[in-house]
Ligand binder design. Structure first.
Ligand code: ZN
Length: 219
């Protein structure tokens, strides 16, 4: 899943209005932000295998530290605790962020074929396999994404032109990147996949930038 995660990040603004969109992106995509570095370090493994699923040519050979349910829960608690340590007054926001980190696994569980581990060392791997259907995946992810943006634009209002142009160009960029990854040619190597996935950090920065140019709106 790709834009569905961001949809949840956008939508979480309603539950945690004081938290920047950048921090919400950091939480909902924490697993996918960690993963490329672990792949490049040789700790986790991915292979490019055209036809692995209809939706993606990636075969996730091993990724227990970024993508197991246990790791997701641990990262969620750590993320929430670090946020709470930095912003003492915001307990409910910390809980929202922790849940957002765990939500990554849940959404991936819906789309991935059974390749998601439950624990760090166990052999059990799960996944409902929505990725075997391109229309099904686009419909589910597109719906989550659209709902998330609707919630975000109701929870905030642009303070200046950057607040609106920056937001809508971010939305357009996410959609184009998603469609390019879905319908474009498969990446040449696993290392190329990991390096290009590092570009996700720019989306986190983009989230902070846009959010700083929008005001909270009471509805
Ligand atoms: Zn993921």
């Amino acid at each position: 899943m790709f834009i569905g995660h961001f949809g949840l990040g956008f939508g979480a603004k309603k539950a945690a209005p004081a938290v920047s969109l950048g921090t919400l992106f950091l939480a909902c995509q924490f697993a996918d932000l960690l993963w490329p570095s672990l792949v490049l370090l040789g700790v986790e493994r991915v292979e490019v295998q055209p036809g692995a699923t209809t939706m993606t040519p990636l075969n996730f050979v091993s990724y227990p530290y970024s993508h197991s349910l246990v790791a997701g829960c641990v990262w969620g608690v750590v993320f929430g605790a670090v946020y709470l340590a930095m912003r003492r007054s915001r307990r409910s926001a910390a809980v929202t962020l922790a849940l957002l980190v765990v939500s990554h696994w849940v959404l991936d569980f819906i789309t991935h074929r059974p390749d998601l581990p439950l624990t760090l060392g166990g052999q059990t791997r799960v996944g409902l396999g929505l990725w075997s259907s391109v229309p099904g995946t686009l419909a589910v992810e597109g719906l989550i994404f659209a709902c998330g943006i609707a919630l975000y634009t109701r929870a905030t209002v642009a303070r200046d032109r950057i607040g609106s142009i920056g937001l809508w160009s971010l939305v357009a960029f996410l959609v184009v990147a998603y469609l390019a990854a879905t319908f474009g040619p498969p990446p040449p190597t696993a290392a190329a996949v990991a390096w290009s996935a590092q570009a996700m950090w720019l989306l986190v920065a983009w989230g902070y930038w846009v959010d700083a140019h929008r005001l909270r709106q009471r509805v």
